[in-house]
Write a protein that binds this ligand. Structure first.
Ligand code: ADP
Length: 155
């Protein structure tokens, strides 16, 4: 390591660790779910960001805690009747990463786009011949914080 500053060693290490090794299981809801279903899934799965997928399992949108809280601002709503598509952020405006990307690239996206989590995706051909994104994982600020703690512990 002679000649390398400690910062440079940390930077190189972060660029070598792949998203696939630190990501979590994705929590998804179908695009025909209600906002009530989404709230229940968020509590049961203890996760702040849900990915919305179509019947082929391909990414359609993202729902965050605040997206769901916003529903209450216009007064009481029948959440069973309101589809999740009303509040989700939609493709193609979803920020994604791939399992082979570095954790540094992923962390940078979380910061630049000011989001708590990104879906880890893989490009696949849809049945209509167009491309879609299959959701294979979830990379959140929690994964980055956990890695940070682990790196700090290692000697
Ligand atoms: P919260 O709203 O709970 O603070 P975020 O900061 O992650 O959570 O979400 C802020 C907004 O950005 C929400 O409207 C959400 O739908 C959207 N969002 C969350 N994650 C992504 C993502 N990966 N790509 C694009 N938009 C996202």
């Amino acid at each position: 390591f002679s000649g390398k500053s400690p910062n440079r060693i940390v930077a190189q290490k972060l660029r070598r660790i792949e998203v696939g090794t630190v990501m979590s299981r994705p929590v998804v809801v179908q695009d025909d779910s209600s906002t009530h279903d989404a709230i229940v899934a968020m509590f049961l799965e203890d996760c702040g960001t849900l990915f919305v997928v179509d019947e082929q399992g391909l990414l359609q949108g993202v729902v965050s805690r605040k997206d769901l809280l916003k529903l209450n601002m216009g007064g009481p709503q029948d959440l069973q009747k309101l589809p999740v598509g009303i509040v989700m952020t939609r493709m193609p405006n979803i920020v994604t990463v791939e399992a082979g990307d570095s954790v540094w690239t992923a962390a940078k996206k979380l910061v630049v786009h000011e989001v708590d989590a990104v879906p880890v995706t893989r490009r696949v051909a849809r049945s209509d011949g167009k491309d879609g994104l299959e959701v294979v994982g979830r990379l959140s600020k929690t994964n980055i914080t956990r890695l940070f703690v682990e790196l700090g512990e290692s000697t």
